[in-house]
Design a protein around this ligand. Structure first.
Ligand SMILES: [Zn+2]
Ligand SMILES: [Zn+2]
Length: 340
């Protein structure tokens, strides 16, 4: 996909980036007046005790009156700041190297748009379904295979007998669901994630700021799960706020992207092991062959010496222009594109 066609652009993106970084340090050295002033140009109070505009945090006023007077002119520039969110793929399970992406996310983006951006950032192939959840801390994973099968059976029966649903253990407090789930591939696990006491939101309608500004979710950790079979859980943590943008931006990236359908973190570890050895077994040779020719996001050059390889600038390049043009991660028109 884009990895080949756009690769030549990365060098120029890198040099532009260096030039911009230099300019910022220069400005900081010259310095500007540190004395805080009320953002109402006609304010005469001279007070230095100021309150920032809660929405954009880019202006500050000495009083409610100054804010009210300034609102008609401030309104147009008053944009919510981006959320800087770190996504850590299966912490403790995917390691050497860990696979982490940090994105600057427009506050008005929907969770479906965030999903599209994450598919680019982790180079997933959109062949599976997803959700965003706040896990229920009281939930306990099934300990045996039998327990797990019993739970899945009960969950699929509950689809037809709703009175059974409440007897299932609740996995999540909140679930933000895919508007067009890939029901064929992930059908088996979908019902166990549903629960009458799990609040559901539609990913193409629910916006990031609606989640982050909701008091009941303050400080709660959210998880983005892609593929309910391999169960790729990306732990999300809010790292800070950034300047408002229309498109998502890649702040940092580490670790080569993981092979889709490799069979969960343990399968990924086995695939990497197959490339680390100079004397592969027959099974390891087959794994390499699968990655190089059959895996949906595999690469024909294999993984030897490339486990840390990730092109942050390329991710950023692809993200720039994606949401603003209402596109999905594979370049199609997104039927659920929100307004920018
Ligand atoms: Zn004032
Ligand atoms: Zn404002």
């Amino acid at each position: 996909m884009y990895a080949f066609t756009l690769h030549t652009r990365t060098h120029s993106i890198k040099s532009t980036h260096r030039a911009m970084a230099g300019k910022r340090t220069h400005e900081a050295r010259e310095g500007k007046s540190d004395t805080p002033k009320c953002s109402n140009p006609n304010c005469t109070s001279g007070s230095y005790s100021l309150q920032s505009c809660a929405r954009c945090r880019s202006v500050a006023y000495c009083s409610r009156e100054c804010q009210t007077v300034s609102w008609p002119s401030h309104k147009a520039q008053c944009k919510r700041q981006n959320y800087i969110i770190k996504f850590h793929l299966c912490p403790g399970e995917v390691k050497d190297p860990e696979v982490i992406r940090t994105l600057s996310c427009p506050a008005t983006a929907t969770f479906d748009e965030l999903h599209q951006a994450l598919q680019v950032a982790f180079q997933w192939f959109s062949t599976h379904t997803y959700d965003f959840t706040i896990p229920d801390p009281a939930y306990r994973m099934p300990e045996t295979l039998k327990e797990s099968i019993d739970q899945m059976r009960l969950a699929s029966m509950a689809q037809f007998k709703p009175e059974l649903a409440a007897t299932l253990p609740r996995q999540n407090l909140l679930r933000v669901v895919n508007p067009s789930p890939q029901m064929f591939v992930d059908q088996g696990s979908e019902p166990t994630r549903k629960h009458p006491n799990t609040l559901e939101k539609k990913a193409h309608q629910y916006k990031l700021f609606q989640f982050f500004e909701d008091q009941q979710y303050q400080g709660k950790q959210m998880v983005y799960t892609y593929d309910f079979g391999d169960n790729w859980r990306h732990q999300m943590s809010l790292e800070g706020r950034g300047p408002p943008t229309t498109d998502f931006k890649c702040v940092s990236a580490e670790g080569h992207y993981v092979a889709e359908d490799v069979g969960s973190p343990s399968g990924w570890e086995k695939l990497k092991a197959a490339y680390r050895t100079s004397n592969p077994t027959q099974q390891q040779k087959e794994k390499r062959e699968w990655y190089e020719s059959d895996c949906s996001n595999g690469e024909k050059e294999g993984l030897t010496g490339r486990e840390n390889e990730v092109d942050k600038f390329l991710i950023d390049y692809v993200l720039g222009g994606m949401r603003s043009a209402g596109l999905t991660n594979d370049g199609r028109q997104n039927p659920y594109a929100g307004e920018n």
